[in-house]
Design a protein around this ligand. Sequence first.
Ligand code: NAP
Ligand code: G3H
Length: 471
Amino acid sequence: MYKFKAMINNKFIETKTQLEIINPDGLEVCGTVSALSKEQINHAFLAARQAQKRWEKLGLDERIKSLNRWKELLLENKAELATIIMTEVGKGYKDALVEVERTVEYMAETFMQAKDLQPLKLDGAKYGAPNKQATFTRVAKGVGVAISPFNYPINLAISKIAPALVMGNTLVFKPATQGSLIGARLGELAVEAGIPEGIFNVVTGRGREIGDEIVKNPEIDFISFTGSVGVGKHLLEVASSKDVVLELGGKDPAIVIDADNLEKYANEIVSGAFSYSGQRCTAIKRVLTTNEIADQLVPLLVKKINNLTVGKPADNADITPLIDLKSADFVWELIADAKAKGAITLTGDSRVANLITPTLVDHVTTEMRLAWEEPFGPALPIIRLNSIEEMIKVANASNFGLQASVYGTNIDQAIEIAQQIEAGTININGKSQRGPDQFPFLGVKDSGFGTQGIGETILSVTRYKGIVINN
Ligand code: NAP
Ligand code: G3H
């Protein structure tokens, strides 16, 4: 049983009530964190504001020194951190460990890129102003808010936190409820690393209870949010700052245009759709292909899906219990709706509590909810269409536009299709995915606003400051 506290100004916060964290594998309480009051949240912002100028003035090298110790502590404690992640979000232990290691690499690369940033030097002579010599440098925006989702509780937190802090901002960080144990542990390690007071503050509590209080705070200079479309849109309406980066949901299509390499395509589709039980924003969430190709592809998918293991995160099963019962109910509802309207399940289609077996749903049509809604679980629809033009049309008819993948041997044709797909990134002959973390990562339409990825996040947490010398 974990017992962690929120952390404000390097102090661990006692609260009258605690937030209980439920282990997805067993649905029992596995830990508690502080449930903060509005006053305590306000205090976090005041601490962040007070500390900001001092932190910025410390200079990049000193900030990196401080943050580097934190990074080392993450690495030294990686087994413990992975166990917490496994326990509170039901991710397989090995994958949780990979997440911690990826996060440490993310930090290292962030510090390197921050050091490599060069000011923009402009000679006015080129623009008809020979007396002007300008230097534009990236400087901190001030006090930021980072709000992260449950599914990558350390990686999607640090990918906001490390760039913001290294560039001289201070932060109020709100982890997802399922993700608060690791979030609060990050706070403990920050204090242990000697990061000065007020720089990094962890506020815990349910989003629906404290979320508005957080994002409406007048001290906020910028917000970085990753989560669902509904919460992201609500945040845009109520937030005090309009400087917002949103990374939201997806309905990434896998578009299969020929049958030349189906074994490889099937491997990519199964791993893309079912890793972490489909609880990835970039998971493949629909397959668009022709009847003829589907007739050959589907049996391969069935075989591979039947080889996936179903069970416990501690045993590194491929499919583990979903984050909670409500999420499992939603996936179940989408499968039921598809079946009621004539679709056929070829694998899985069974459930015990929040553990749903990997379910391939064939003959899904555009009348079914599963064609459009994001299950965030192990349910993959096959939508059989008549032509490539129809595949592009259905791909683009979605309100989402995170990523897509196109599978075919004719690369020129695949690129031509990619150019017509409305999404942040299109992978050719490979599943949709965020990494490498140096790549820009973005969604269009309802999938997001603004860009992440190491270099892009550094830009989003800074602004230019120009000094122009007039001779
Ligand atoms: P979520 O329910 O939207 O929660 C995301 C975060 O928002 C959590 O910290 C949540 O706290 C908080 N929150 C809830 N209500 C809030 C409010 N009124 N104001 C401010 N914050 C509030 O999403 P999730 O279930 O954790 O994650 C799954 C979704 O995120 C999926 O749609 C997935 O596609 C998307 N996602 C997108 C990306 C990307 O980069 N594009 C990456 C990962 C996930 P509580 O947990 O306390 O409610
Ligand atoms: O859940 C959304 C993550 O940003 C996806 O990251 O593609 O590395 O699994 P990933």
